[in-house]
Structure formats: C-alpha cells, structure tokens
Design a protein around this ligand. Sequence first.
Ligand code: XMP
Length: 506
Amino acid sequence: MANLVIVLDFGAQYNQLIARRIREAEVFCEVLPGDTPASRIRERDPKAIVLSGGPSSVFEPGAPTMDPEIFGLGVPVLGICYGMQLMAKLLDGRVEPAQGREYGRTDMVRAGESPLLKGISERSTVWMSHGDYVTAPPPGFQVLAETPNTPIAAMGNPKKNLWAVQYHPEVHHTPEGMELFRNFLYRIAGLAPDWKPDNFLATAVEQVRREVGDGRALVALSGGVDSAVAAAIAREAIGDRLTAVLIDHGLLRAGEVEEVRAAFPDIDFRVMNARDVFYEALRGVTDPEQKRKIIGREFIRAFERMQEEIGPREVLIQGTVYPDVIESGGKGAQTIKSHHNVGGLPEDIAFRVVEPLRWLFKDEVRRVGEALGLPAALVWRQPFPGPGLAVRIIGEVTPAKVETLRQADLVVRQEIKQAGMERSIWQAFAVLLDIRSVGVMGDARTYGLPVVIRAVESMDGMTADWVRLPYELLDRMAGRIVSEVQDVNRVVYDITSKPPGTIEWE
Ligand code: XMP
C-alpha cells in the first residue's frame, strides 16, 4: 500500500475519528497499538505518523507509552492531546497537571507562521479535553499557538518534522480541524490525496481474483450493506464461481429477502429457509441473552447444513469492515464482541477466509457499493442486528409477534424515508412489548399491544442520542401503526440516549 499513514492508538475515545479524518483527506491510514515497536513501524514504511489522544495521564504508573525511537525514523509525526504530552515527556519538555480539567470549546490564537497552522484563522475555535498540559516545549520546538488556559496549544520542531496540538482537530467542534490534517498530510508529509473508492475497487477485485484462483467461493449475505458490497466485489472478480447464501431465520424485516435477491440476479443465489427451526428453538424463551445464544447456535447449524447441501467451496468471502478489525485488536474488545458476534460463523470452518473490505469504514463501504452499481436501497440501508427482530420483541418470540412487529417496523421505515431522513438517522425502528393496555376504537374497548418507536443518531453505534423527530412525523407513524397493524392499540416514543440505554431493547 503506497502512501500509508499510521495512527498510534493510546486509547482515545476518538481514535477512529482520527483515522476517518485522514481517510476523508483521501490518504490511506491504519490504526496500530500505541506500543508498536519502531522496527515494526519502519517495516511498514509509513509516510507520516499520528499519535492519538488517550484517557490517561502521563504521570500515572503504567500509563501507555511508545517507543521513543519512532521520533528518529525521519518520518513526520503529529501528536494529538495525550500524544502531544507523550512527545513532550519523551523529548525532555515539561508536562504538568493543568489547574483544572479543560473541557470544551475555546479560542486559540496563532503565534507566528508555521506549515502546520497555515491557512487557519489567526483566531479560531478549538475543542479541548485534557487534565495535563505541556508547560515547556522540548528543545528545538517552537510554540505555534495558545489559548487562554493552555500556554502551548500547538508546537513544532520543523527541523525534526515533529508537530503536536493539545486540542482535538478530529472532532466536529473544531471547525478548522480538517485544515490542520490537510496541512500535516499534504504540506508537511508531502502526501497526495489518492485514496479513492475507484482505486480501491480495482485492487480489491484483483485481490479476490488472486486469492480464489481457479477455485470457487461462498459468501454469506445477511441483508446488511457490508456483506452485499463484499459479494458485489466477489461477483466482479469471479462471476459465476461465486455462490451467495442467505439464511432466513424468520427474523428479517419485511421485504428483506426479496430485496437482496433482486440485487444479485446474475449469480448462484440461495436462500435457506430455516424459519421453523429458529422459531422452534426460541419457543418459550424470554431471557434476552438466552435468545441471542440460541440464535447464534442455530445460525451456525444452518450454515453447516447448507454447506453439506451445496458441496465444497474453497474460499469464504466475508464483509468484515475496519471498525471490526480495530475493535477486535483493541482493549475492551470483549464486551463489544460478545454482543456483536451473534450471526458469526463456525470456528472450525474449512475455508480460506477473504475479507475485501477489512480496510474500509462504513461510509467508504457505501461509496464502493455505489461505485459498483448496487441499488441505493441496499447501499443506504441502516444497520440491522444479527439476531434480527428477536431483540426487538420483548418476551417470547412467536411467528405472530414477528409478523406484527414487521408491519409496524415497515410503517416506521416508510415514514422516515418519506420524510427524507433515512440517511441522516443511524437507525429508526419499532419494538414490540409484551404487555397490554386498554384503548377504544370505534366505540369498542380494545386491549392491545404497545409498539415503541426508536430513532437514534450515532457515529458508530457506541454512543447514541435519540432523534428529535418532528411531532407531525411521529403523529403520522402512530396513526398508521394503530390503524394498519392488528392487535396494536398504543404507540410510544423512546427518548433514552445511549448511555444509559442501549440502541436495541435487548
Ligand atoms: P446496542 O443495542 O448495543 O447496539 O446499543 C449497538 C449497535 O449494534 C447493533 N447490534 C448488533 N449488531 N449483532 C450485530 O451485528 C448483534 O448481536 C447486535 N446487537 C446490536 C445495533 O443495531 C446497533 O446499531
């Protein structure tokens, strides 16, 4: 990979955001653990290195550190927040606890000219979030900017090509943050914006072609964007030597199977109807974790049965995307994994696994999907959990309840689409509760089920805010659900963010 930038991760909540901004500047980058040795970094031959922020203080015992030899590789380095403090500490500057934790927007004033802050306003707004700061720059460094509470908001050593900022250029609250990244990447590191979906596509198709050779490959479609784009790349690469399989566990949304099938008219596409098996296994089960486990287990069994049915395939194409790769390498990965693993594949599969999307973020996957000509409805589909509608039905899952929820969910999705909000909202869906309440319809008493509408905004699903949907839109949804969906007589709106709530109800 030419023109690689490496982001060293010191545990920042925003480290994925740094990688995303660099990709937005159309430069390819990878995130590696903060303690990666200089020798390994040299092997990768990066053209620039970014040190991320992190929650620790450099004074804490056991705080993450880095190989100081990295500063001597002759590669431009940009330290951000904790990355700046680490740079100062390791290069003999002075770091001290700030008077108070500085958090939020503040005004930064530039001091003199530098390639790092070129073109950024003399006075600009930046986002700070730190407990320590640098009070004396290391020898050879100049102070490039200050804020009322931070005497060194930016510093640089042009001779050694080492640069650092105390603020967070990667967050939206720093309006000129992108300018800083462009300066660092283009001006300082001399990189060109050459990471584009089209270039990526050609490489990915070539990779799949090479890996599969004369063999045949299998792709498991889930109805989601990632697996569909991976399948489309594989179709470009090996055409009719690809078999796509969709396991229908009976917990998919309305129209899902048909939509995915329609997107792939020209390959060997098989739908495995395993609904009855899943419904039977879920009968009488009300505990959320148990439901997830049962679905995970049955998914693997269905996959194995399907394998027996269609015979051997050498390669399995998977739609693993970059956040999955970063998460599984990082700390705290456990909780995320056990949550998201449902719908995973058997561990002892006899395939070689090829993951053409493992370097891409979701928005990049979507751009590639568009470049491949996949239908917009599929490319812009909102995330959907592996265990499907089962985690949106509180209590026992029955075919009747699935049908009720499917209809209510369709209304929510249709109305969101009608309102033109489908792309700006992370997820919008319906949840079915297992209590009943009294209502009145056409002079008659009803005793029906409530449906919950849930709509959230999120960057990555890790945190989320409930969407302030217009009242008129909520009103239309509620009216349609109660009149169109049998046995539902009440609609409520979930106004819980994450944390403390989760996005899904189970
Ligand atoms: P929660 O409910 O934990 O969900 O706030 C965060 C995001 O992850 C999706 N989700 C899943 N995706 N398998 C998946 O592939 C799962 O088991 C799973 N559980 C939740 C959820 O839809 C949201 O986008």
